[in-house]
Design a protein around this ligand. Structure first.
Ligand SMILES: [Zn+2]
Length: 365
């Protein structure tokens, strides 16, 4: 099916106008300062945990028990850096200037092995602008491995996708760390969003970031442990972090309650961008403070999509304003009450997408 060349949304609407006004009123100078202090404190905890865990594991020669605790700390520290530092920074929510945000966002290169330059196109442009739009949002376009929305063509193997997708989530990080970034630069695009080859400081950041990541994750450990132990530990570490990241992002968009769209749908009718974002996104566990802290407010993805440049530490309070205005303006606002409900909805959505459009015997099986 041919795709319309340019998609655009209507940026106005009473819902977002009123919501923005109330959020601006709420975010006084004092509240903004408190939010930033909480944000930076999380960054210190995340980075401290990462460094302490790595030092214990690699340089400290721990026994099995302490080694496993340090390994868990390394996974937790990395996930916190991803959710609470690099994600905010690459959205421009960490500091006031673009340069400092990009520098902090570079933790994606040095600590996660992912190009922050490519992430800003993949995540900020492709995903945040065209959320759940087939072919445009790279997060929801995973053919020929999985079918995540109704408009995508059925294939017999998708019938088992609700079982095997978890393995795919585990290797997504490895893919981006190795061939994913390079393939995207060679192609010059992510989804339908253009990706220019990085130049000057962006290129320096890309090359030095990959070198630093490989050095701490693989080269230095090789001086202290046999190669097979380093390879096994690296694979396990990378797969668990990848699974945590992929599932956290997918629970917000790839669930039964979320809306999906094809480029043809959007070309046929003009849509309000803010309404599209709320209806293609689902929050989860809004009252779970521990989970909110751990996932960097990504359980409040509706608020994140409407206000990506606001630090995530403000999302729980902003959510009350957004939900109230959504009700007032007839915008569908959904929040799953528990993590179990969100996971079950993701699983069911995958199962339905895998079966939809298959011959009846298969669909009923
Ligand atoms: Zn984001």
């Amino acid at each position: 099916m041919s795709q319309p060349s340019k998609l655009s949304f209507d940026n106005g609407g009473d819902f977002i106008r009123q919501t923005r006004r109330e959020v601006d009123e709420y975010l006084s100078a004092r509240i903004r300062t408190q939010g930033r202090i909480a944000l930076y404190a999380k960054g210190v905890v995340a980075f401290g945990l990462l460094i302490a865990s790595w030092t214990t594991l690699v340089l400290g020669h721990p026994g099995v028990s302490l080694g496993l605790i340090a390994f868990g700390g390394l996974i937790l520290g990395t996930s916190l850096m991803a959710f609470c530092v690099m994600h905010d920074a690459n959205h421009g929510a960490y500091f006031r200037t673009r340069r400092w945000n990009h520098l902090m966002g570079w933790t994606a290169d040095a600590l996660l092995g992912l190009s922050s330059y490519a992430w800003r196109v993949k995540h900020n442009v492709a995903h945040h602008t065209y959320t759940n739009v087939d072919g445009y949002d790279a997060d929801i376009t995973q053919m020929p491995f999985a079918r995540l929305m109704p408009v995508q063509a059925p294939r017999p193997w998708y019938r088992l996708q609700h079982y095997y997708i978890w393995a795919l989530y585990c290797v997504m990080g490895l893919r981006w760390q190795t061939v994913g970034d390079i393939a995207a630069f060679a192609r010059g695009s992510i989804g339908t969003s253009a990706l220019r080859f990085p130049r000057r400081w962006d290129l320096v950041g890309l090359v030095s970031g990959k070198a630093i990541f490989v050095t701490w994750a693989i080269v230095v450990p090789l001086f202290f442990y046999p190669w097979w132990a380093v390879v096994c530990a690296y694979l396990a570490y990378s797969m668990v972090v990848s699974l945590i990241m992929a599932v956290t992002f997918q629970l917000a968009h790839c669930v039964e309650e979320a809306d999906f769209a094809s480029p043809q749908d959007l070309a046929a009718e003009s849509r309000l961008w803010a309404v599209h974002e709320v209806e293609t996104t689902v929050n989860f566990c809004p009252r779970n403070r521990v989970l909110t802290w751990l996932v960097g407010g990504l359980n409040y993805q509706i608020e994140h999509h409407l206000f990506p440049r606001v630090p995530h530490t403000h999302y729980p309070e902003i959510a009350e304003i957004v939900e109230r205005n959504a009700k007032l303006h007839g915008v569908r606002y959904v929040a799953q009450h528990s993590l179990h409900a969100a996971l079950r909805s993701h699983f069911r959505h995958l199962r339905t997408m895998g079966r939809m459009g298959m011959p009846v015997a298969l669909e009923m099986g």
